[in-house]
Design a protein around this ligand. Sequence first.
Ligand code: ARG
Length: 288
Amino acid sequence: MTNHLLDHTAEDTFLMCAPDHFEVSYVINPWMAGNIAHGNRSVAMEQWLALVEAIGQVAKIKMMPAMPGVPDLVFTANAGVVLGNKVVLSRFRHVERQAEEVYFDAAFTAHGFEVLTLPPELPFEGAGDALMDRSENLLWFGHGHRSDIACATRLSELLEIEVQPLKLVDARFYHLDTCFCPLAGGYVMYFPEAFDAASQAEIMARVPADKRIIVSSEDALHFACNTVNSGRHIFLNQASDALVAQLQAHGFVVHQTALTEFLKAGGAAKCLTLKLNEPHQSAAQAAR
Ligand code: ARG
């Protein structure tokens, strides 16, 4: 039962954007503090290319154009949330990132998506905070830092899907994808302390104990939860031997690829990608 889902070789497609203009030039999360002008763009480019190379072994990658003046555009996870051929476009909380919205809108239109928007007063940061479960037709939604809780109802209506809000309470884990990752086979890898008690209880109520992969604070601070998952493959910045062993025991193959330059901006592997193929789970399961 466990492994046949992982054996399914998905032809996943991820959207990425080259770090031609990547730098830390403002501070909108605790990771960026002290890092203004402390980056090395050629190292960032090498690390990003290594991630492209690694993911490219198992999935397709579509590139969107890099643009000057929007240094965080590399974090395509924040473009919007995709379901089927629809995407709900992000509306960034901080003015520093709002200029990215038109570029993400253009990229989605170029890839044939129907682009939907939320009411103007509601900040929403896409697949940074909205993650599809991998076994149920359910959207996990992080709020408390960047995305507004009121988006939960709107997302549910626009995408016709059940939404489970989760409240984030640690400023270092300011997006859901920094501390929570649904994986193939219905597993969920997460750092519990990043959530309030009620949200921890919701996760435990929805995800059976044998499907929960608990991440230590040490691994979480290395952005281990910020994982790109395609079938049985997992791509992340860094994981302890214990976490690697735990993931392997569930049938996953772990690829560690250093993304330290992007950690200076508060991002890693998952933030640098957006999965473009997100079928409704019921349809996906029927097709198996
Ligand atoms: N500097 C960016 C920000 O604070 C990093 C975004 C990382 N993306 C993510 N999906 N967690 O918005």
